[in-house]
Design a binder for this molecule. Structure first.
Ligand SMILES: [Mn+2]
Length: 377
C-alpha cells in the first residue's frame, strides 16, 4: 500500500472533533460523539484503526462509512486496518488460514474479530476447522463495499495547521512521502521517543499515550506543545482499562484542545476522602517495559522488584513470557479522592480498588457505593 495524502481546508466557525483507535467499539464511538454533541456543523477526523481488539469491527467500518455520508468526516487508515485488508484481498490459502487462526485467538482475547462478524453475517460460525479457503469468495462478494472502503482510506490528512497520520512521519515534507510504502507511517511505534518536532501539529494515534506517562498511568492524550505532536490513543480495546479519547478544537485554526472520553468500566461513588501519594514518587509498570522480579507471591497481591523499587501488584497481573516474569500495567500510585468523586473500577481487591479517576489510574482504599451508569448517553 502506497502513502496517499489528502489536503483539506478547514472552514472557520466549525468545531473539529478528532479521535483514533476505535478498535471495534462502534458503540463507544457513537457514545462519545453523542457526549460531544456532534452535529452536521462539525468536522470529524478519525486517525485510523477502526477494526479488531473489540467486538464490533464490521459495525465500526459501517459506522465510519455512514458518518462520511451524512457528516463532514475524514477517516484515515491505521496499521490494523491495512493488515486486515491485506489478508481479505489475499489469494494465498496460507494467509487465509492465518487470518482464521488469528481471529480465533482474538475472540478469546477481545471477544470478537472482523472475520467472526463477517462469517456470522453469511451464516457461518467460525471454528478452528472452518474451511476458510472455500468461504473466502463469498466473503469477498458479500463485503466488497467494506473491503473497498478499507483499501481507499488515505494515509495522511493535511490541513492549514495540522497533519493527521495514524503512526507518525519522519519529516514534514509530505509530498516526498506520497507514493512511498505507507506501512512505516501507519506503524510508527513509540513515535514520541523519536524526538521529532514539527512546524504544523502532527496528530497521531496507534501507540497508547498512557505508555508515555512518567510515573502513573494517565490515559489522556499527550499534547507536546513544544515539539508540536499530539498522541491521541486512549488504548481502547488494547487494555481493559483503556478509553476512547476525543479532542475538540473550536475551529480548525485553533490550538485550544478540549477532551471528551468514553469508558466501559463500572462506576463507583467514593464515600471517603483519601490523600493521594506524591505523583513523582509513584511507579508505573508499563507494558513496553514490563519485566519484573517476583519478591513475594501472594494469593491476591504480590511484591515485585521493578527498577530497584519494591511494589505491590495484583497477582493476577503477573505472567511469564520466554522464561521471564512480567507484570501487566500496574502502579502503586494512590489517587487523591474526595467524597462524591466518580471512580471507574478496574479491579477490586480485598484491601482496596484499582480505579481510574479523570483518566488516571491508581488505588482507592476508602468506602464506596456502586453507581449504575455515568449518565445515559
Ligand atoms: Mn495502530
Amino acid at each position: 500500500m502506497k502513502t496517499t495524502l489528502q489536503r483539506v481546508s478547514l472552514p472557520p466557525h466549525r468545531r473539529v472533533l478528532i479521535t483514533s483507535d476505535i478498535h471495534g467499539h462502534a458503540d463507544g464511538l457513537r457514545a462519545i460523539l453523542k457526549k460531544a454533541r456532534f452535529t452536521q456543523d462539525d468536522i470529524l477526523i478519525i486517525v485510523g484503526d477502526l477494526v479488531e481488539k473489540g467486538p464490533q469491527s464490521l459495525e465500526t467500518i459501517r459506522l465510519a462509512m455512514e458518518l462520511q455520508k451524512e457528516y463532514t468526516a475524514y477517516v484515515l487508515m491505521g496499521n490494523v486496518d491495512l493488515w486486515r485488508w491485506e489478508y481479505l484481498q489475499s489469494d494465498d490459502p496460507a494467509q487465509q488460514r492465518e487470518m482464521r487462526d488469528y481471529s480465533l485467538r482474538a475472540m478469546e482475547w477481545w471477544g470478537g474479530s472482523l472475520l467472526h462478524e463477517m462469517c456470522a453475517e453469511i451464516g457461518v460460525s467460525l471454528q478452528a476447522d472452518t474451511d476458510i479457503e472455500a468461504l473466502f469468495p463469498a466473503i469477498r462478494r458479500h463485503f466488497a463495499k467494506e473491503i473497498a472502503y478499507l483499501s481507499n482510506l488515505p494515509t495522511i490528512l493535511e490541513t492549514e495547521k495540522y497533519i493527521f497520520v495514524h503512526g507518525g512521519i519522519p519529516h514534514e515534507r509530505l509530498d516526498e512521502l506520497v507514493g512511498t510504502d505507507a506501512f512505516p507511517l501507519l506503524k510508527f511505534d513509540d513515535f514520541y521517543h523519536s524526538g521529532l518536532s514539527f512546524q504544523k501539529y502532527v496528530i497521531v494515534g496507534h501507540w497508547p499515550a498512557v505508555l508515555y506517562s512518567p510515573s502513573f498511568p494517565d490515559f489522556r492524550p499527550l499534547i507536546d506543545r513544544q515539539r508540536r505532536v499530539v498522541f491521541l490513543d486512549g488504548a481502547c480495546g488494547v487494555k481493559y482499562e483503556g478509553q476512547l479519547n476525543l479532542l475538540i478544537l473550536p475551529d480548525g485554526q485553533s490550538e485550544d484542545f478540549q477532551l471528551v472520553t468514553w469508558d466501559h468500566l463500572p462506576v463507583l461513588k467514593a464515600l471517603d476522602a483519601q490523600a493521594g501519594s506524591p505523583p513523582q514518587e509513584a511507579t508505573y509498570i508499563r507494558w513496553s517495559d514490563r519485566w519484573v522480579t517476583i519478591a513475594r507471591r501472594g494469593e491476591e497481591m504480590s511484591d515485585v522488584m521493578y527498577h530497584g523499587k519494591r511494589i505491590a501488584v495484583p497477582t493476577q497481573y503477573l505472567g511469564r513470557e520466554n522464561g521471564r516474569d512480567y507484570c501487566r500495567d500496574a502502579t502503586d500510585y494512590v489517587l487523591p479522592v474526595s467524597p462524591g468523586d466518580e471512580l471507574l473500577l478496574i479491579l477490586q481487591c480485598s484491601h482496596g480498588c484499582f480505579v481510574k479517576k479523570d483518566s488516571i489510574a491508581g488505588w482507592y482504599y476508602g468506602k464506596y457505593e456502586m453507581k449504575t451508569e455515568v449518565e445515559s448517553i
